[in-house]
Design a protein around this ligand. Structure first.
Ligand SMILES: NC(=O)c1ccc[n+]([C@@H]2O[C@H](COP(=O)([O-])OP(=O)(O)OC[C@H]3O[C@@H](n4cnc5c(N)ncnc54)[C@H](OP(=O)(O)O)[C@@H]3O)[C@@H](O)[C@H]2O)c1
Length: 87
């Protein structure tokens, strides 16, 4: 429950920060990123339910998304292939 509540709070921080920062800097980009299921200690219990990738590969593909982000994406939530996710 605390994990999910912290993610909901984080989502709200991203949304609010994107709005507030845009007022000061039209080029700002604040987004939430979903890495997919990454094989880490945190996800260990769930790895048999979902395909997973190593952390380094997850970081590489998230960096590609970061390079492609533009100010018009600010406030959004995107997956590792830059697919938009509904809030
Ligand atoms: N793995 C996935 O599939 C996945 C998917 C989506 C989102 N995420 C998100 O990615 C983030 C990192 O997760 P991960 O999978 O990379 O996990 P991880 O490899 O297990 O790393 C978790 C990190 O959080 C630190 N940590 C844990 N409890 C803490 C506490 N109470 N106070 C301060 N630091 C604490 C740990 O520090 P120590 O090493 O010192 O213990 C560790 O550096 C999380 O926010 C997770 O929700 C992960």
């Amino acid at each position: 429950m605390s994990y999910r509540a912290s993610k909901a709070a984080l989502n709200q921080i991203v949304r609010t920060a994107s709005i507030e920062l845009r007022r000061r800097n039209k080029q700002s980009v604040v987004v939430a990123l979903h890495p997919g299921t990454v094989a880490t200690a945190l996800s260990e219990k769930y790895l048999n339910r979902h395909p997973s990738i190593p952390a380094e590969a997850a970081a590489t593909r998230l960096l590609e998304v970061v390079r492609a982000l533009r100010p018009e994406h600010s406030g959004g939530f995107y997956d590792y292939a830059m697919g938009p996710l509904p809030w």
